[in-house]
Design a binder for this molecule. Structure first.
Ligand code: ATP
Ligand code: MG
Length: 114
């Protein structure tokens, strides 16, 4: 199993949810997040977001998806496609291995628990 964590622009979540619904993901967690990347949260000229120069945590969503190994590349490609604008702040995707999952209600384990 893989965990995909992506930091995305807030205005893209609805479209991303619709695109992910077209493939068979079993669940998603969305967290309100704030942070900064290379630009250190400073206002960027021409970036279509109003950011106070004093606010160093740019509002983003962080999404987390745990999925089977055979589907993670499809998910990553959808995120890349939907979130790309070519401008600073498009976000990042982090991928890691997941050792175990447990559905609490049934005690199913591994991929059956997803
Ligand atoms: N190395 C990192 N670790 C954890 N979170 C990160 C990291 N890099 C970026 N983020 C998070 O992702 C958000 C978006 O980052 P962003 O896309 O601006 O990255 P960047 O490296 O500055 O690239 P770009 O030059 O395209 O803007 C940040 O606000 C922060 O929350
Ligand atoms: Mg940036």
């Amino acid at each position: 199993m893989k965990k995909i964590e992506a930091i995305i622009r807030r205005n893209i979540l609805g479209k991303l949810k619709n695109e992910l619904a077209k493939i068979n993901i079993s669940g998603i967690t969305v967290l309100e997040a704030g942070g900064f990347g290379k630009q250190r949260g400073h206002f960027i000229k021409n970036e279509n977001e109003e950011i106070d120069e004093e606010v160093y945590l740019v509002p983003k969503y962080k999404i987390e998806i745990i999925c089977k190994d055979d589907i993670y590349l499809d998910i990553v490609n959808i995120i890349k496609k939907v979130c790309y604008t070519g401008k600073h702040g498009d976000g990042k995707i982090f991928i890691s291995n997941i050792e175990e999952a447990i559905r609490i209600r049934t005690d199913e384990k591994g991929e059956s628990a997803l």
